[in-house]
Design a protein around this ligand. Structure first.
Ligand code: HQG
Length: 180
């Protein structure tokens, strides 16, 4: 993505995941907002968006952070929300193992209390180690935790897959976490 697209992407992440209020936007229960309304509100806050720009960022975004509704009129963040939304995802059977990249400095706390969603709505897990390493490196020296996802599911924990494939669950108790 170009620098300019990154700016738009970060802006969209901010308003669609964390602070719709900051531009007077209201997400619906499932996190959607009309693209026209988003463009209008963004413009009133000094950020010039066009429908093309929004659709291009959504299409080009490496992580597919944004989902466009089937009729093309609405947009939402696929995951990562700190505001309360119900993504209306259906529980699915996870792969046997999933991965969570974090920073070594969080390890002690994670191994004693498990993975918690922290400021987000759910814990984010990756299907592959490379992705998990990148996620962890955002926080510092990365460490990859292996999660016994199928074991968790067998014990009644639910797993969801966001529109962009990221795995989500409410929390991961320490017993399911394997540390290298
Ligand atoms: C850690 C990015 C101490 C957790 C990524 C993580 C992802 C604990 C940090 C998505 C803990 C929260 C989410 C505990 C968890 N004690 N630390 N009990 N439980 N933590 O950013 O998973 O680029 O909220 O390990 O690619 O890093 O935004 O979560 O290090 O998909 O689209 O607390 O964000 O996507 O950090 O990343 P975050 P995350 P985007």
């Amino acid at each position: 993505m170009t620098q300019i697209d990154k700016g738009t992407s970060k802006f969209l992440s901010y308003v669609l995941r964390h602070a719709p209020d900051s531009i007077g936007l209201e997400l619906d229960t499932n996190g959607w907002v009309a693209i026209d309304t988003l463009i209008k509100r963004a413009g009133m806050s000094g950020r010039a968006l066009t429908r093309d720009k929004v659709l291009t960022v959504a299409a080009d975004c490496d992580k597919q952070r944004f989902t466009i509704s089937e009729d093309g009129t609405r947009i939402r963040a696929a995951q990562g929300h700190s505001v309360t939304v119900d993504l209306a995802l259906v529980p699915v059977v996870p792969p046997a193992t999933l991965f969570h990249g974090t920073a070594t400095r969080f390890l002690n706390d994670i191994l004693s209390e498990g993975l918690k969603p922290q400021s987000r709505q759910q814990v984010h897990l990756s299907a592959d180690i490379d992705t998990a390493r990148k996620v962890g490196a955002r926080h510092g020296k990365p460490v990859i935790l292996t999660i016994d996802a199928l074991g968790m599911q067998a014990d009644g924990h639910r797993f969801f897959q966001a529109d962009n494939g990221v795995w989500l669950t409410d929390a991961v108790p320490p017993v399911y976490i394997e540390c290298p």
